[in-house]
Design a protein around this ligand. Structure first.
Ligand code: 3HC
Length: 710
């Protein structure tokens, strides 16, 4: 095992360079051991009479990517990172830091405390603490503005974005972009130049030119805070991060550090930070599923899509830009032409926005993509994704044809949003090669991919589904078979709740306002108008035909739909949309329709306040999530959280519905549901799992433990 921090003297002509290397794979996170090692080796360099200058590098694929996030929430073990940085500030001999990979958070703060910084051309730097609900806690908000000025530091820190090396050089964050790809070699070469040019030690904390320039620029400060507030959409730390950066212009360095630390320590305790840290690890955990232990992903090169509508073309676009050859099957020549036009217009859009260049556009449109009306032309495809009309008979017919024509080991996937994958697979002679790949619209943009595993789907096919998600840069979530899988099942349930509340007297516009105040990008009715009321209507018809369970309260939506008011696409739905306007205005006629329905059904309208709406909305999601877990449809609570964050606009800083429940306390959630049950027993009854966990004093997170999922 290499030492956590190795120390090596390299003699280069007359110069003796001490090379300090951080060895903590995979991303050299600044764990307790690393901090101790750094303090010791910095001190060793300081006392080493032989060493003239030091170079600090990271081993492996990246320089340090930040503090060890796993240690957050545990009592801090000294030394903290700022003590390491103070040791660097205290050096009387120069130290050069070499950045490669991603120098992030505490990693960049460490680099900012060195006297010079060199970066490999492909490296990126950033202070992404806001993505964890935090601000930089080891001097980042005080040292970065000293190098870049207040405005640039506020932008970088409040957005958490990764800054490419070239921009970092322009902003003054680094001193040079190194030639070559070896950090140690680059560092030694830079050290030599420094000594040759007689440049001496230069501490970031002593640099004041750029912050003095903005010293009393209160207009700038106000604007920076306003911008951060607007972009943060309810999240707290981006705003406080800017306040801390601004403090660098007025407070002496040491006091700025104390203030930064105070804010950091307070933020670590917030629900927002706990939720975001949960989301960080859940995003990495969600792809670790039992099938990967035995399954081996198949090679995929050629893909076929059935259906050239909105979903089919979006999926084709996602596959094309990920390097697949894609053939699209349509029923007839007209359909094929429409599909081709749809895909070409998506490619045109990508060209216009600079996502692809002209050469790629030509290749993808004319070479990689083709259309056909003959199913036998799909026999070369490694994977066939059906995105045809949402009807079981149509799908069965198609899968029978695919079974006859697809090559034996081709994967046959359905993009169905609700239907039973096992029933679809049953018409083929190879159910082990069938699975659901449920994309979300627009499929080339939305990050979620539900990977629906049927009774007979083989581990290899599941593993291939997850490898495909990765290649498409999507978050794959494993789901079992049930009506709506994870996401649409939860959606259906809360739409049911919402229609009950509306019919009972709460305005649909108040419901949308309450839901957006939670941090969702839109309310349920805005979402229905965007998706098209006809689509949701068709789904309700399907469920009514199959025997609706519970109270049917969507008469107002039915009436609006029957009047051909289908949402944004017809300029009128639950809202009215002025020409070209995508944010609708409330419609008085909808209110009249509701009054009429209430009169006919003899309902005495009762309107809920925002807090009452919010509590019921969240409780409905949590309760259905618990049922989904109980039935084994989702492997773990975190799979539900990832589904709702990446597919349904659940605010990441609330962690997903199951994390939200944990933060609220399951006792409190259960007490709410029992209260709601008294007023509407048809809709509410607490899930057994929720009751069991609350009684045992446990939370959903206890079910996220890897040992329980393997
Ligand atoms: N602490 C602990 N573990 C970390 C970590 C960190 N800072 N960063 C990454 N990891 C872990 C991941 O959980 C993952 O573990 P796993 O293999 O068991 O799932 C493993 O390292 C590899 O990470 P990725 O799968 O994410 O690898 P990528 O190559 O895709 O991405 C990365 C690398 C860009 C560095 C990405 O991991 C990342 O963004 N990390 C977080 C960076 C960050 O937020 N830094 C700030 C931390 S807070 C801080 O520094 C506070 C300071 O101001 C005091």
């Amino acid at each position: 095992m290499p030492e956590l921090i190795s120390y090596e003297l390299v003699q280069d002509d007359a110069l003796c360079v001490a090379v300090l290397t951080v060895n903590n794979p995979p991303v050299n996170a600044l764990s307790h051991g690393i901090r101790v090692g750094l303090v010791n080796t910095i001190s060793r360099f300081s006392e080493d009479a032989q060493a003239d200058i030091a170079v600090l590098v990271g081993a492996g694929r990246t320089f340090v990517a930040g503090a060890d996030i796993k240690e957050f929430g545990e009592p801090l073990q000294a030394p903290d990172l700022e003590e390491v940085n103070a040791a660097l500030d205290g050096l009387q001999k120069p130290i050069v830091c070499v950045l490669h990979g991603t120098a992030l958070g505490g990693g960049l703060e460490l680099a900012l405390s060195c006297h010079y910084r060199v970066a490999l051309a492909t490296s990126r730097v950033g202070l992404p603490e806001v993505h964890l609900g935090l601000i930089p806690g080891a001097g980042g908000t005080q040292r970065l503005p000293r190098l870049t000025g207040i405005a640039a530091a506020a932008d970088i820190i409040s957005s958490g974005r990764q800054v490419p090396a070239a921009e970092a050089l322009e902003l003054g964050i680094i001193d040079e972009i190194a030639v070559g790809s070896n950090p140690e070699v680059a560092g030694i070469a830079f050290a030599k130049t420094l000594v040759t040019e007689g440049r001496s030690l230069r501490r970031t904390c002593d640099q004041t030119d750029k912050i003095e320039r903005d010293h009393e620029n209160s207009d700038l400060f106000r604007e920076l805070i306003e911008t951060a507030r607007r972009n943060a959409k309810g999240q707290q730390s981006p705003v406080t991060s800017v306040e801390s950066v601004i403090a660098a212009a007025s407070l002496p360095f040491e006091q700025g550090l104390i203030q930064e630390r105070r804010i950091f320590d307070a933020l670590v305790e917030t629900d927002q930070s706990k939720a975001l840290i949960h989301a960080f690890f859940a995003e990495r955990e969600v792809g670790k599923i039992p099938e990967l232990a035995t399954g081996k992903a198949r090679d995929l090169n050629e893909a076929a899509i059935i259906g050239g509508g909105t979903m089919g073309s979006g999926i084709a676009m996602a596959l094309l830009t990920a390097g697949f050859k894609v053939r699209m099957l349509e029923r007839d020549q007209d359909g094929a032409e429409r599909g081709k036009t749809n895909v070409h217009s998506l490619l045109d859009g990508a060209l216009k926005r600079g996502k692809i260049n002209a050469e790629q556009h030509t290749n993808l449109s004319n070479i990689a993509f083709s259309v056909t009306t003959d199913v036998s032309n799909l026999s070369d495809a490694d994977i066939i994704i059906e995105a045809a009309f949402e009807d079981m008979d149509i799908k069965k017919t198609l899968f029978r044809q695919l079974d006859a024509h697809a090559k034996p080991d081709a994967i046959l996937a359905s993009n169905t949003s609700f239907l039973d994958i096992d029933e679809i697979a049953s018409v083929t002679s190879r159910p082990e090669n069938v699975l659901g790949l449920h994309f979300f619209s627009p499929a080339h943009i939305m990050k979620l991919l539900e990977i629906v595993v049927g009774k007979q789907t083989s581990p290899d096919v599941v593993a291939t589904g997850f490898a495909l998600a990765k290649r498409l840069k999507k978050v794959g979530v494993r789901a079992g078979v049930c009506d709506g899988f994870i996401g649409n099942r939860i959606l259906d349930n809360y739409l049911n709740l919402v229609t009950n509340l509306v019919e009972d007297g709460t305005s649909p516009y108040d419901i949308d306002a309450a839901v957006t105040s939670l941090g969702f990008p839109m309310g349920p009715h805005q979402m229905l108008d965007l998706a098209g009321l006809d689509i949701v209507y068709a789904n309700r018809r399907r469920k009514l035909a199959a025997g609706w369970v519970g109270r049917y309260s969507a008469d107002y939506l039915d009436r609006i739909t029957q009047q051909e008011r289908l949402g944004q696409k017809t300029g009128r739905g639950v809202y009215i949309y002025a020409d070209g306007d995508r944010s609708g205005q409330p419609d008085k006629e909808v209110i009249s329709i509701l009054a009429d329905i209430q009169a006919k059904k003899d309902i005495a309208p009762r309107s809920l306040r925002a807090e009452g709406i919010r509590k019921r909305f969240m409780a409905a999601m949590i309760n259905e999530g618990a049922r989904i877990l109980e039935e084994g449809i989702a492997l773990r609570p975190l799979d539900i959280d990832m589904t709702m964050i990446f597919g349904f606009g659940f605010p990441r800083w609330r962690g997903g519905p199951m994390k939200y429940a944990d933060l609220m306390g399951l006792d409190a959630v259960l007490a709410d549901i029992r209260r709601f049950e008294e007023e509407d027993p048809d809709f509410w009854s607490p899930a057994k799992l929720l009751v069991d966990l609350a009684e045992r004093g446990q939370n959903f997170d206890s079910l996220n433990k890897p040992s329980q999922t393997k």
